[in-house]
Design a protein. Structure first.
Length: 214
């Protein structure tokens, strides 16, 4: 696939390295009582590379009687296919999604309570194709999905989703220190918080072993 990912990373690097907050809530009914369960998901950033660990802080408010029994973290890969016909080159032909990795965490929380889970390690990014929306026939995107399972006579699941970007080490290397020597580096970004600083300690191995599968 022919694309120039470094251009996109240069233009969005600052935003992708900022913290992000996502939240959702759902009403729970149990016999004659009901209550709300809600969760706030705090991500330190939204840009990752294969081999990097994704961690987050979770703040859960449970006003129902159902206790939290476990949390399931998933990385979802979404592929969208487009037409190449000259008559309608941007027509969406279809889409497909699959779960790349799943991590079930046993987390206990009683009903009618609030609890924070700081810096929870969700999973490590596996070797997957990078996020892409520049290829004319296929776009690839990723989503972090958290399922909060509250046990009872019937399990209640609260779903919280957050989009993330995955770049290959080659793309990060191409961006370099966000072009500090040119006008492309915005907001005074230095090497300590540049895109290149994302590379994990295992990046040398990733350069050798990372493959694209389309």
């Amino acid at each position: 696939l022919n694309r120039d990912p470094s251009t996109k990373l240069n233009s969005t690097c600052t935003e992708l390295l900022k913290p992000a907050v996502h939240e959702d809530s759902e009403k729970v009914s149990n016999c004659c009582t009901s209550g709300m369960i809600s969760c706030e998901l705090y991500l330190p950033k939204r840009l990752y590379v294969p081999g990097e660990t994704v961690s987050a802080t979770l703040q859960i408010a449970n006003s129902s009687r159902k206790p939290l029994s476990k949390i399931c973290a998933k990385l979802i890969q979404q592929e969208t296919y487009y037409s190449t016909k000259s008559t309608d080159p941007k027509a969406k032909l279809g889409c497909a999604s699959r779960c790349v990795i799943t991590n079930e965490m046993s987390k206990q929380m009683s009903g009618r309570s609030k609890k924070s889970f700081p810096n929870e390690v969700l999973f490590r990014i596996p070797a997957v194709p990078a996020s892409s929306d520049t290829c004319p026939i296929m776009h690839i995107s990723y989503e972090l999905e958290l399922q909060f399972i509250f046990s009872g006579r019937s399990n209640q699941v609260l779903l919280v989703q957050a989009p993330i970007e995955i770049a290959s080490p080659f793309e990060i290397q191409a961006v370099g220190d966000c072009n500090n020597d040119s006008t492309d580096c915005k907001d005074g970004m230095n090497s300590s918080n540049s895109c290149k600083a994302l590379l994990p300690a295992t990046s040398k191995n990733l350069f050798v072993n990372f493959n694209y599968y389309y």
